[in-house]
Design a protein around this ligand. Structure first.
Ligand code: 6PG
Length: 253
């Protein structure tokens, strides 16, 4: 199903799949298409990946045929929507998961993989450094905010996304692109860095990949009434510049 938010000229797509694997395959196809369009348009593809476990199968798919041969690895820059302040080899590391499942198996230039929480760097310093990395590697929009081609997001059963949790002050941060979340309300309860809504919403496309009946209630509430849901659920405040895509398995909706 597709609809258009006239006020903001953003298009919303809702895709339901029998299984998470089907959703991941469709998302792999969509990522390749977005990447190829971005390279044609701007000479590079800039994408931020979500954390959590739901996208693990997607990372695995992108590392193999037919997708690995279609991704323009030499022109792609990889960012993270959020990261836990743990070493890359820690099972809780979002980048560590992508490194193991994807980057260890494809020809992605290391200088174009941008870890959000490098080991041994204080959170606030890492946040400021990442804003510089974004400024250097991503074109700015009319508001002077880096405009990523794609932000891939997950959602928690409380409606959080990235590391933007209900009621957290990071949620209303309007003048930063990356902020520290020292005491997140989510699991694992480790300090994190997260992209803020101004940065996420400056992206051309945002995709939520969602699986499991634990999220069905929050998904149904957001999809049935996005406006009022935005007061309660951070995920409902994701409004990218062009297209918002929900990719849901049959348990999540
Ligand atoms: C994180 C995330 C977070 C995640 C959701 C869903 O670092 O935890 O970015 O927003 O996407 O909590 O996580 P699952 O995919 O594991 O359900």
């Amino acid at each position: 199903m597709t609809s258009r938010n006239a006020a903001q000229d953003m298009q919303t797509e809702i895709h339901r799949f029998n299984t998470l694997h089907d959703a991941q395959e469709s998302l792999a196809r969509r990522m390749i298409s977005l990447a190829q369009d971005a390279v044609k348009r701007a000479g590079a593809f800039r994408v931020a990946l979500s954390g959590g476990k739901t996208p693990a199968g997607l990372f695995n798919l992108l590392a193999g045929a037919p997708w690995a041969d279609q991704m323009p690895w030499e022109a792609a820059h990889w960012f993270w929507a959020d990261e836990r302040a743990v070493p890359a080899d820690d099972p809780a590391s979002n980048m560590g998961l992508v490194q193991r499942l994807l980057f260890s198996r494809v020809r992605a230039p290391a200088k174009q993989i941008h870890p959000l929480c490098p080991s041994g760097v204080a959170l606030e310093t890492a946040a400021r450094n990442y804003e510089d990395i974004l400024r250097k590697n991503v074109p700015l929009n009319e508001q002077g905010i880096p405009s990523l081609d794609l932000v891939l997001l997950g959602i928690g059963d409380d409606g959080h996304t990235a590391s933007l949790f209900p009621g957290d002050e990071a949620l209303d941060c309007a003048d930063r692109w990356i902020v520290a979340v020292p005491r997140p309300k989510g699991r694992p309860p480790v300090p994190r860095l997260t992209m803020t809504l101004p940065l996420i919403n400056a992206a051309r496309t945002a995709v939520f990949l969602v699986s499991g009946d634990g999220k069905r209630d929050v998904i149904r509430r957001i999809l049935s009434d996005p406006e009022s849901s935005a007061k309660k659920y951070p995920a409902a405040r994701v409004r990218p510049a062009e297209t918002l895509v929900w990719m849901l398995d049959s348990q999540a909706v």
